[in-house]
Structure formats: structure tokens, C-alpha cells
Design a protein around this ligand. Structure first.
Ligand SMILES: NC(=O)c1ccc[n+]([C@@H]2O[C@H](COP(=O)([O-])OP(=O)(O)OC[C@H]3O[C@@H](n4cnc5c(N)ncnc54)[C@H](OP(=O)(O)O)[C@@H]3O)[C@@H](O)[C@H]2O)c1
Length: 279
């Protein structure tokens, strides 16, 4: 057992299940010390049976928590936080995986002066292959970051960033899996046009993405160096890359990530989470 803390998950959706599943598999703590809350009793019954965790439909179970992990959708966060703020102990560490909600807003909704760590995970966490960026709020310390790293580390890689970098991380790794799926959509549409069997094409394309990522990781080489290595003059890869260059694909990708970052900033500033509205 890594820890004996009582960890309460607020919201028992997809991401919460992924993290809990990883924590149970890693023997992070006794499963019954993990308490999951949700508005859907049938969902909680399912998770209780699957992982041996404790559950409740009442968010006030946070009163005995050492760690609270916020995993509800951003739209309901303000109401959820205001709901349990009166019973939350000052020393409880709050970890939020909600997109677009700054720690300062979470602190304000909880009555101020709280230890908050903000995390931007991504959906490969669902299969234990996530990439999570963690940022400490003003009152969170090194030990708090380590606890958050230990939890998110159960579902993949973790890295620390400053909170003002979270919007960039959201654009890079948060939304990132969708860019890879988009690339795969294109590759598989082409495979179809070329008459390849769907299942075979799917397997080959998936292994290509996975293998390319592994090659880049293991070799430590830059993407453009690896690309140059597989691009012989007058060859097939060169024909493909030339076609992409002519279509401005790389610049479009850069602009796409900048658009995602901009949207992340807009959402963080949205009125729904504003501290003015909390008062
Ligand atoms: N970067 C990423 O790729 C990424 C990916 C996923 C998630 N996230 C973040 O992770 C969070 C969770 O996302 P998710 O996909 O796991 O969402 P989800 O599946 O919708 O899970 C949220 C759960 O919370 C429940 N809920 C609603 N109101 C509640 C309340 N008052 N008290 C307790 N539970 C309540 C929901 O029930 P109902 O369905 O009945 O409303 C649902 O079961 C979000 O904030 C999201 O921004 C980030």
C-alpha cells in the first residue's frame, strides 16, 4: 500500500473510473478507502462491485477526506464546490482534473486559502497510458504535488508545469489524442480508397502510430530527423510529405493548437466560473 489516505472522488464518470482503476491496480490504498460520489446510484453500484470502493450520493462525505479529487464536468463545478465547501476541512488537499477552471476560482468557491493542485489529464488515461500535467495552486506545496503525481501516475506519465502553462498543455496533450485520431481518420480513409481490408488497415495504422512514437522516444531524436531518415529522394514518403507541405498541413496543425489554447483561455475566463458570480 502506498497510502492510507481517504480519497474522495467527486463525480464517478469516465475519468474518475480510469484513475480509480489505476489506483486499485497499483495498490495505492485499500479500495474501501476510496470513496466515489455521483448523482447516479446505479453507476455507484457498478463501481462498488467492480473495484471494491466505497460510494455515496452525498458529496458531504468529503468531511473525512484527506484528499478530494474533483472529477465532475466544469459546468457543474461551481454548484458542487459551493455545496460541500462548508464541511470541507482546511487541511484537505483538493485535486482538480476539470478543464478550464483555475485554482484561484476553486479556492474562492471553497471559501479561500485551500491547497489545490490542478491537473490536465488526457483520455488515454482510460487505458493506463495518460499524459497528465500538474500545476500547484498558490497554497499547495511540494508534498501536495507529490501526492497528486502518485495518484495520476497510476494511469500514465505525469509532468509539472506552471499554472499559466495549463492552456498550452490543454492544446498539446489534453486535446492531443483527437489530433492523432484525426490523422488516423485520414490514413484509414485513404486505405479504404486504395482497397485495403478495413481490419488489416486499422491494425497496420495503429501499430504505425504506436511504433513511430516508441521509435522517437527510444531514439531520443527530433521528429524532423526521424522523418528525414525515412524520406529517400524520389521515394514514396517524399511524395507524401511534399503533398502535405503543399497543402500547408504543418502550419495548419500549429494554428490548430494555438486555436485550442485560445479557446482554453476563453473558457477559463468564462462568466460561469467567475469569482464575481460566486459571491
Ligand atoms: N483533458 C482531457 O482529455 C480530459 C478528459 C476527460 C475529462 N477531463 C475532465 O475530467 C472531468 C470529468 O470528465 P468525465 O469525462 O469523466 O465526465 P463524466 O463522465 O460526465 O463524469 C462526471 C460524473 O459526475 C456526475 N455528476 C454530475 N453532477 C454531480 C454532482 N453534483 N455530484 C457528484 N457527481 C456529479 C455525472 O453524472 P451525470 O452524467 O448524471 O451528470 C457523471 O457521472 C471534467 O471536468 C473534464 O473537464 C479532461
Amino acid at each position: 500500500m502506498i497510502m492510507e489516505s481517504k480519497v474522495v472522488f467527486i463525480g464517478a464518470g469516465n475519468m474518475a473510473e480510469a484513475i480509480v482503476s489505476g489506483m486499485v491496480a497499483a495498490n495505492f490504498c485499500a479500495p474501501e478507502k476510496i470513496i466515489m460520489t455521483d448523482v447516479r446510484p446505479e453507476r455507484l453500484a457498478e463501481l462498488e462491485a467492480e473495484y471494491g470502493v466505497s460510494t455515496s450520493t452525498d458529496n458531504s462525505v468529503v468531511k473525512n477526506a484527506e484528499i478530494v479529487l474533483l472529477a465532475v464536468k466544469p459546468q457543474v463545478m461551481a454548484d458542487v464546490l459551493k455545496g460541500f465547501a462548508p464541511v470541507l476541512r482546511k487541511e484537505t488537499l483538493v485535486i482538480s482534473i476539470a478543464a478550464g477552471i483555475p485554482t484561484v476560482k476553486i479556492e474562492a468557491l471553497l471559501g479561500g486559502n485551500r491547497r489545490v493542485v490542478r491537473v490536465m489529464p488526457n483520455t488515454p488515461a482510460l487505458v493506463g497510458q495518460g499524459a497528465s500535467a500538474l500545476a500547484a495552486g498558490a497554497n499547495a506545496d511540494e508534498a501536495d504535488l507529490e501526492v497528486a503525481e502518485a495518484i495520476l501516475g497510476c494511469v500514465g506519465l505525469t509532468g509539472r508545469v506552471e499554472e499559466n502553462e495549463i492552456d498550452a498543455v490543454t492544446a498539446l496533450s489534453g486535446s492531443g489524442p483527437a489530433y492523432v485520431f484525426y490523422l488516423l481518420e485520414g490514413m484509414l480513409a485513404a486505405a479504404d480508397k486504395m482497397g485495403l481490408d478495413k481490419e488489416t488497415a486499422r491494425k497496420l495504422a495503429l501499430k504505425t502510430v504506436e511504433g513511430a512514437a516508441r521509435l522517437m522516444e527510444d531514439s531520443g531524436e527530433a521528429a524532423d530527423v526521424l522523418r528525414a531518415k525515412v524520406t529517400s529522394k524520389g521515394g514514396t514518403t517524399e511524395a507524401a510529405i511534399r503533398s502535405m507541405d503543399e497543402a500547408g498541413v504543418k502550419e495548419a496543425i500549429i494554428q490548430a493548437l494555438l486555436a485550442a489554447q485560445k479557446r482554453s483561455v476563453e473558457l477559463s475566463n468564462a462568466e460561469i466560473f467567475s469569482t464575481a458570480k460566486i459571491a
